[in-house]
Design a protein around this ligand. Structure first.
Ligand SMILES: C[S@@+](CC[C@H](N)C(=O)[O-])C[C@H]1O[C@@H](n2cnc3c(N)ncnc32)[C@H](O)[C@@H]1O
Length: 213
């Protein structure tokens, strides 16, 4: 995806993506890894979470639609894991059913229409093993950027200015998140403010954890 190739190459995004998202470390720590578990990172960007999860001893897989993101992540992970990182759309994962122990998708699903988001969720669900934990984030409809740019469907905007000009964002309402929660078992979700990008501005997100039914 050209727009993300351009964004991910920018130095300010590299700096922002140096540190893991604050929810990923506690999630990784409670997974009780025995050195054999596999984890898939959907929309891995330049690989900050793939790298972190590798350090925790997981067998890491990842994908992204950005050619640059995929090649950067491959280099970051080194030869042994490089073939596990693939270029693909979040709505068409190249792996077979039920092959991963854990799934994460951080700040990715909302970069599409509501339908794209559901297609991605069904794909994540498909590739996870029964009982696999997952960690997902979604942009909230309470986010301060809600309403900016061109409306292309309810709650979905293509930003018309700023460093994410041209990027699609779906802002999830509580009722949309509660529908998504029905796709998984043991679901819990909450809304929280996090730093959203390289200019240190804040965004409001949903964090959802659950397991594959
Ligand atoms: C905000 S970045 C987050 C990257 C990474 N998850 C992280 O937290 O560092 C969004 C990522 O989603 C990827 N992305 C956007 N739309 C996508 C799609 N349709 N399929 C796969 N990846 C996509 C972008 O290329 C980018 O790497």
């Amino acid at each position: 995806m050209m727009i993300w190739n351009k964004l991910l190459k920018e130095k300010k995004w590299h700096k922002f993506f140096e540190d893991p998202h604050p929810i990923v470390i506690p999630f990784a720590e409670k997974l009780n890894n025995n050195g054999k578990k596999s984890v898939v990172d959907i929309g891995c960007g330049i690989g900050r979470h793939c790298h972190l999860l590798k350090e925790y001893g997981f067998n890491v897989y990842g994908c992204d639609s950005s050619t640059f993101g995929v090649s950067f992540t491959k280099k970051r992970l080194g030869d042994k894991l490089s073939e596990n990182i693939v270029e693909t759309d979040m709505t068409e994962l190249p792996w077979s059913n039920g092959c991963f122990d854990i799934g994460i998708c951080i700040n990715v699903i909302y970069h599409g229409t509501y339908e794209n988001g559901f297609d991605c969720l069904f794909e994540i669900k498909r590739v996870l093993k029964k009982g696999a934990p997952l960690l997902l984030t979604f942009l909230s409809s309470k986010d301060p950027e809600y309403g900016n740019g061109n409306l292309i469907e309810p709650n979905t905007f293509v930003f018309a200015e700023g460093y994410e000009k041209g990027v699609i964002h779906h802002f999830y309402t509580k009722s949309e998140i509660s529908s998504i929660a029905t796709l998984f078992d043991n679901c819990s979700y909450y809304e929280k403010t996090f730093v959203r990008g390289p200019e240190a501005e804040e965004g409001i997100y949903w964090v959802l954890e659950g397991t594959k039914p």
